[in-house]
Design a protein around this ligand. Structure first.
Ligand code: NAG
Ligand code: NAG
Ligand code: NAG
Length: 520
């Protein structure tokens, strides 16, 4: 009996032997980025791993094994605070501003206590999960904790990370993530793609390289940014070939598109459930995401929305409005507004027939997953591209911009996605392609994280040790060109010599003649 307790304890503790100790670092303060990280980290905890999560979005009810290190309050959180003016500002994409807001400002956070504690009294971890985007300064944690990093990318794979992570980007068939081009490009499109993606990558890499100052100052590591990328053992990317196309990827770049979609998400509130159940003629879901407040948009635009929604009755509308009191009066009877919806559960409902969206990647993937055709009104960032690609696949009607929203365009767009069978059947087909996988996205992600913790850098591309010009063989081509040039030069010299030998030196004999004439 005395032995029983220790044995029981050992058996219980051995439940933990398989559990990994995982550090998750998510320093970006964008809610849509966090959605993917939240699903991944909570799922890891639910599978028995011990996770420490550095985040701007602490959970109210974290699962067991889920320890939060909160960054709340260090930066303004971008939820429901983007108004109509901000949208205009954001839509003018500027790399310098992007690298300030999503680069420098994020790296500055390393000086905070939350990160300094992690550096000063490092705990034993098995693997680190880090969001990768425009703040490679955090790769220093891999060096300091001496553990492999699994990168998490919440968008498609951005081409500026290509050469840094040893996944060469080939602009002949891989459109840049901000280019709304198809994969079969004409000569001029390939030219545009090559020039623009290289220009943008060059600028972003230039700004990212400057972040080594933060690594030196706050982490006491003397390393350049490209070298820090050798801490990355694998990368999980939020893309899927049926949406993002066929791209060349090393085995360490793993597609987990739609990972955030949890079929067992929160239930609908009784009010919304009743509304949807009674929408027997169909219902349209309308949201501009977690950040943008529709109710701040100009009065004429809101009136346009109202008029169109009235016209599509008896089809109903569910609309996300953070502050009901700021909304223009005169809401049509077939529209319900709520500050928040369990979005996935709304998409799952059999009466939901269309989605009016700004084209945020997460919402777009959810709609594709559940086969709901889209009406797109892109606002900023990657939204324009996401919606153009969806429109090319004929699963969305893309209005192109807010300026293009009129009663006629919006009404026609809604009629098309609601009643044109082409859009619905295309979306069903895409949905099936998106779901048909050997393993679900979340299981795939967890599998490879566990794999990296066991096997380290096995998946790392050897191209990571080459510079971008070596990866593109520019040095080799330059050498071959130089050799050809030298050979050609020698050949020309030889031919000239040979000619002189056979026919005599005609030019010098002429010279001699003219000289002798002069003397005379
Ligand atoms: C949006 O614009 C307002 C001023 O119109 C500004 O106070 C606010 O900080 C901006 N919000 C964001 C997230 O940039
Ligand atoms: C606005 O709509 C017209 C007609 O559908 C289209 O040709 C144009 O490209 C759209 N504008 C934008 C900015 O997408
Ligand atoms: C449905 O949409 C397709 C693709 O845009 C179009 O070719 C077709 O004419 C539309 N059908 C109807 C009945 O409008």
């Amino acid at each position: 009996m005395k032995l029983f307790l220790p044995i029981l304890l050992t058996i219980l503790a051995c439940g933990w032997c398989n559990g990994l100790r995982i550090l998750g670092i998510f320093p970006l303060n964008g809610k849509s980025h966090w959605v993917m990280a939240e699903r991944l980290m909570t799922s890891l905890a639910e599978r028995g791993h011990q996770v420490d999560v550095v985040t701007h979005f602490p959970l109210k009810k974290p699962p067991p094994n889920y320890n939060q290190i909160s960054l709340e309050g260090t930066l303004p959180v971008v939820v429901n605070n983007v108004d109509a003016n901000n949208v205009t500002v954001f839509s003018n994409f500027d790399i310098k501003i992007l690298m300030e807001v999503a680069g420098t400002r994020i790296c500055e956070l390393i000086s905070h206590k939350q990160f300094q504690d992690l550096l000063k009294t490092p705990k034993e971890y098995d693997v680190i999960i880090l969001e990768m985007f425009t703040f490679p300064c955090y790769l220093g944690f891999g060096s300091r904790l001496n553990k492999p990093i699994v990168g998490l990318i919440t968008s498609g794979f951005p081409e500026w990370l290509s050469s840094l992570t040893g996944n060469p980007h080939n602009p002949s068939f891989m459109p840049g993530i901000f280019q709304s081009l198809s994969q079969r490009m004409t000569f001029w499109e390939r030219l545009q793609n090559t020039v623009l993606t290289n220009l943008m990558s060059g600028q972003i890499i230039y700004h990212m390289n400057k972040q080594s100052d933060f690594v030196r100052k706050y982490m006491n590591i003397d390393a350049e940014i490209p070298d820090l990328h050798r801490n990355v053992a694998a990368i999980l990317v939020n893309s899927h070939y049926c949406i993002n196309g066929i791209n060349s990827m090393s085995p360490g770049l793993i597609e987990v598109g739609g990972l955030h979609i949890n079929e067992n998400s929160d239930p609908l509130s009784p009010e919304v459930k009743k509304w949807l159940d009674e929408s027997t003629q169909g219902c349209v879901f309308f949201t501009f995401g977690s950040m943008v407040r529709i109710e701040t948009f100009p009065k004429p635009l809101i009136q346009t929305f109202y008029k169109v929604f009235e016209r599509i009755a008896p089809v109903r509308v569910l609309m996300k409005v953070a502050k009901k009191e700021d909304l223009l009066p005169g809401l049509p009877k077939n529209v319900m507004v709520q500050p928040w919806y369990p979005q996935v559960t709304v998409f799952k409902h059999k009466n939901l027939k269309a989605f009016i969206t700004h084209g945020g990647l997460m919402g777009t993937q959810e709609a594709i997953y559940f086969g709901i055709p889209l009406v797109g009104i892109p606002l900023f960032g990657d939204q324009r591209v996401n919606l153009k690609l969806a429109a090319n696949k004929k699963v969305a009607v893309n209005l192109g911009s807010l300026d293009n929203v009129t009663e006629e365009t919006l009404y026609n767009a809604l009629e098309t996605v609601l009643y044109n069978e082409t859009y619905r059947s295309n979306m069903k087909r895409l949905s099936n392609l998106f779901r048909e996988r050997p393993m679900s996205a979340i299981d795939t992600a967890i599998y490879w994280i566990e794999y990296v913790s066991r096997n380290g850098f096995i998946l790392q591309s050897p191209a990571i040790h080459l510079t971008w010009w070596q990866q593109n063989l520019l040095d080799v081509y330059a050498f071959i060109l130089a050799c050809v040039a030298v050979l050609l030069y020698i050949a020309v010299l030889l031919i000239q010599k040979l000619k002189n030998y056979i026919f005599g030196c005609s030019s010098c004999s002429k010279q001699k003649v003219s000289e002798s004439k002069k003397r005379k």
